[in-house]
Design a protein around this ligand. Sequence first.
Ligand code: ZN
Length: 323
Amino acid sequence: MRFSRRQFVVSAVAGLAAPVVLAGSAQAAGKLSVVATTGMIADTVRRIGGEAVDVRGLMGPGVDPHAYRQTRTDIVAMTRADIVFWHGLYLEAQMEEFFHKLEDRGTVVAVTDQMPRDLLRGHDDYDDKFDPHVWMDPTLWVLVADRVRDALIEKRPQDQAMFEANAAAFATELEALAVYGASTLATVNPESRVLLTAHDAFGYFGQAYDFEVLGIQGISTESEAGLNRISALVDMLVERDIGAVFVESSVSDRSMRAVIEGAAAKGHVVSIGGELFSDAMGEDGTYEGTYVGMIDHNVTVIANALGGEAPADGLNGRLSVGS
Ligand code: ZN
């Protein structure tokens, strides 16, 4: 029998979707085995699922979800999982086809699938798609947390009360994070509220906190920025006397260095205001390796670099973290 790559995936799914009892696994211990694509989703599932879930995140620190392709190990994990959570909105562009196949075989949830479309921003490159970077606004991420809670309850009704309590505690933190973001970023002068980053991940951030947002690359990272784009951004930095730009942990800083050098050649000094977590979180086991810590980091770094006033340690330690 000859198999195309697509057929391989389908048959792997078919072969492994039957109930499998794995000695010593999470399933044997009675936990729900969950796979999540981005770190932001994995963290959210851990917060809400608590003791009832065993979560495997596919994309670690520094990984670009626009470009990520599932590995063979990922495929095995996803076909064995009780639930697979992915982001949707064409974020995982290279995995979309795989998830649609997997949908026929098990519980696969795109966490943005029920988000009201009138809350979403358009996509620069595709008329029929939306900007996927909704995690940049904690008030939108609450809706994702609700979706995760509902999916876990559907799969494990006996733990409904725990999932609801955990989701409520997480939502309270997200509200505090949104308030911190708004009050901290309001300390930046309106004329300094320009955020130049490696790619257009901060559209929802700009909308929530009244910042003008510019990316060297577009909403996806799939195409390289051209020289025209870089030279237009250099002119803009010089004209508007913008002194700080930002690099991203999951995108190369090569184009940003070209912008900084271009500005220097015109006698305008631009510094790197800091590294932001755009599409991936910080290192596992650190505060920035959580959803709340990632957004807090971004808010705090941006406010400090653009002349605002943020506490040195951000919101860290001032939330009653329940996990
Ligand atoms: Zn992105």
